[in-house]
Write a protein that binds this ligand. Structure first.
Ligand code: AMP
Length: 459
């Protein structure tokens, strides 16, 4: 069996791994670390929960330590791009953990928080920068950051980046990177357009793939209840009352729907919080912390907000609404049954959602066990407590005219995904057409002058 000692990682990294009690590498680590240590490019098909963060950060930290030099002012040696703030923060924390016995500096930049501190953090340059694409480009445009000294470039959750309309931003970023660099590309799924994107970024990559979807799903007990849409809230209350829940993630399709579920639960004096793209950064951080610490047991989330979040001890995933893309279902239920623990997924299926569920069962090659409605369900529906009224500013779209106006100005209509707040020059508008254009990246090694010229606003 492979152990971490077999990789020949820097002693300071091995110390950090021992401190974290990691002894056996996960399959993606076993496959990815040796070629990465040799400087190869890598295309990893893996989702969060497989240990991919250590898979890419350990050999990268090893490289930074083996070839030590100070980062250039406003520069970074390793750049990791992630689609959401939560994932960016999580990756940065992992890098700090794995590099805790080294002097490497780690910074995170994402939208929704003041930019000035981030500008100051970057002034001296950093070893590892974890960023979301929108804020990264803002910093570049403000001349607070340059990418011409990046040695290692990691693109994480590429499929979600595409879903969120970041393709245009990725193209801009790629043009600013030096041509000599190591590239790592991760995606949970590899449909054609993602494979095409990977080709554009990678140079003779090693491909590694872990956890075929069916295997992930096998560890999770899946249940399905057929219920009318308008009766789902009563079903949720009944499940919260009857199941032995440590932590449950409840998924809705829309941000508005997530807020509604929370208000209904509050009406029944059940504590829950929502996390979605229209919540302020501090609301999102607070909700996640409360969920992590056990202060709340129920977190209601949209798909985009929840992707990549790694919270241990999630005993239940409840699909309040069924996703219309089967892969999304796999991502959702993958939040439970972490690290070999048993998890339970319960799907509420309204009549018009049955076709989605059939697609899901086909793709996952699994079938949910039927979970009947509780005996006194009609009575529960009749006696469902009224939801609490929304506070003046819930941070939710549809309830905040100011935010609606801002979103309209950014070209984000209601219901469109929006994970990375802040000026969205790279917003979703027009991404469809942009995504169709098959242009190849030609990363060039630029002088500072050329670099400045290249960051003029496009589109
Ligand atoms: P990731 O897929 O990178 O988000 O990692 C999922 C979780 O697994 C994180 O909580 C990591 O701390 C943990 N983890 C990663 N690699 C290992 C390992 N080799 N042994 C034990 N836990 C690990």
């Amino acid at each position: 069996m492979t152990t971490f000692n077999d990789f020949g990682l820097h002693a300071d990294i091995n110390r950090a791994l021992a401190a974290k009690d990691y002894t056996v590498p996960t399959p993606i680590q076993t496959q990815a670390i040796p070629p990465l240590m040799k400087g190869r490019d890598l295309c990893g098909i893996a989702q969060t929960g497989t240990g991919k963060t250590a898979g890419f950060s350990l050999p990268s930290i090893h490289h930074l330590l083996t070839y030590p030099h100070r980062p250039t002012p406003r520069g970074c040696r390793m750049l990791v791009l992630a689609p959401t703030r939560e994932l960016a923060a999580q990756i940065a924390q992992s890098c700090r953990d794995y590099g805790r016995f080294t002097k490497l500096s780690v910074s995170t930049v994402f939208g929704g928080v003041p930019i000035n501190k981030q500008i100051r953090d970057l002034a001296q340059g950093v070893d590892i920068l974890v960023a979301t694409p929108g804020r990264l480009l803002d910093l570049i445009d403000q001349r607070a950051l340059r990418l011409d000294d990046v040695e290692i470039f990691v693109l994480d959750e590429a499929d979600q980046m595409m879903d969120m309309g970041f393709i245009h931003s990725l193209r801009r970023i790629a043009k600013l990177l030096p041509s000599r660099r190591q590239n790592l590309f991760f995606s949970a799924t590899m449909p054609k357009e993602i494979a095409h994107l990977a080709e554009q970024f990678l140079n003779d990559p090693v491909t590694v793939s872990v956890t075929p979807q069916a295997t992930t799903v096998e560890k999770i007990r899946q249940f399905a209840t057929f219920v009318e849409q308008k009766e789902k809230q009563a079903l949720l209350h009944s499940i919260v009352a009857s199941e032995d829940i440590d932590r449950a993630l409840i998924f809705t399709r829309t941000k508005h729907g997530a807020d509604r579920v929370v208000r209904h639960l509050a009406g029944a004096k059940i504590k829950a919080m929502a996390i979605h793209g229209n919540k302020s950064q501090s609301q999102r951080t607070h909700a996640l912390q409360a969920f992590r610490s056990g202060e709340i047991k129920l977190l209601v989330a949209t798909d985009i907000a929840a992707r990549g979040i790694d919270v241990s001890g999630v005993s239940h995933v409840i699909n309040f609404e069924i996703p219309n893309v089967p892969e999304q279902y796999v991502h959702r239920i993958g939040r439970t049954a972490r690290a070999g623990a048993e998890g339970k997924a319960i799907s509420f299926i309204a009549p018009d959602e049955r076709p989605y569920m059939r697609d899901i069962e086909r793709v996952t090659r699994s079938k949910s066990e039927p979970m009947p409605l509780p005996e006194n369900f009609n009575e529960m529906v009749r006696n469902l407590p009224k939801p609490v009224q929304p506070p003046r500013d819930t941070g939710s779209q549809g309830r905040n005219p100011q935010r609606q106006r801002e979103d309209a100005m950014r070209g984000r209509g209601p219901g469109k995904p929006g994970g990375d707040r802040g000026p969205r020059r790279d917003g979703a508008a027009g991404e469809g057409a942009e995504g169709q254009r098959k242009r190849r990246f030609r990363p060039r090694n630029k002088s500072v002058g050329a670099h400045k010229g290249a960051v003029k606003r496009v589109g």
